[in-house]
Design a protein around this ligand. Structure first.
Ligand SMILES: [Zn+2]
Length: 265
């Protein structure tokens, strides 16, 4: 038994020695190829830090997991015609306080000088959509003019350092066959229309949104009016218990490049 034990010990030492040599060789190779060999614990800490950062980002964005709007009540807030240096920051502050994400349909000609607002939208989990360059009725435009309206805005958004839009909101919701075949983005209109531009009373906007809200709804608001910013806190307080707030791409489960014309589920 002792002999066998001694043999096992000897073989064990040989194995340990071989393993050590292999590790040394790997270390040497790693050094040659400048591959950092990190202790497992350090690697684990990095993974944990990454996971914590990711979780924090998701907490800020308000989405712990993908939301299936086919099975749970969702509502998409959209804000058109900005960015506005005065109103858009107020809207972003309220959305941030409620951990709500929305979609901003920016007018391309209004992006210059407001790039930090687009960067904030993106950083806080909002979707940025294309609302044309000059807010012209697309049913009056030639294919070349439509092309210019879209691509100038895409370029302005990209120049702000955020992802290019994948969805387009036609000014006035106006589309015709020529526009439909020349707009290369997913068209998203709306089915909850509080006409916030037509009143100065926040309470009227609140009442209209609450009266029209439905699962799968797309709410059309405008981040260029003070009354809209003033209505938002109450809208979120009153409807948050009943809906998951999502971006339009989440509401319709849109992959980038999806063609079509969506107004609400
Ligand atoms: Zn508009």
């Amino acid at each position: 038994m002792d002999t066998h034990g001694g043999e096992r010990l000897a073989w064990g030492q040989v194995l340990v020695g071989v393993a050590a040599l292999a590790l040394l060789a790997w270390g040497g190779l790693a050094a040659v190829f400048a591959v950092p060999v990190k202790p497992a614990a350090e690697h684990h800490r990095e993974v944990s830090r990454h996971a914590a950062r990711h979780a924090a980002t998701q907490a800020v964005a308000g989405a712990a997991a993908p939301i299936d709007c086919a099975h749970v009540p969702c509502l998409a807030l959209t804000f058109d015609d900005g960015p506005s240096a005065v109103i858009t920051p107020q809207v972003l502050d309220i959305l941030e306080r409620h951990h709500v994400r929305a979609t901003f349909y920016v007018v391309g000609s209004r992006v210059a000088g407001n790039e930090p607002l687009l960067q904030r939208m993106h950083a806080e989990g909002h979707e940025i959509g294309n609302h044309s360059w000059g807010h012209t009725n697309f049913t009056t435009l030639t294919p070349q003019q439509i092309h210019d309206e879209i691509t100038l805005t895409q370029a302005a958004v990209a120049a702000a350092g955020v992802p290019m839009p994948t969805t387009f909101r036609p000014p006035y919701g106006a589309m015709n066959p020529v526009a439909a075949s020349n707009v290369p983005l997913t068209v998203v209109r709306w089915n909850v229309d509080p006409e916030d531009w037509g009143t100065h009373k926040p309470q009227e906007i609140i009442d209209r949104v609450k009266a029209q809200a439905r699962p799968g709804g797309v709410v059309d608001l405008h981040d260029i009016h003070q009354q809209t910013a003033d209505s938002l806190d109450v809208i979120l307080n009153d409807l948050s218990p009943h809906y998951n707030w999502v971006t339009v791409s989440e509401l319709f489960s849109l992959p980038p490049g999806q063609r079509g014309d969506f107004s609400g589920r």
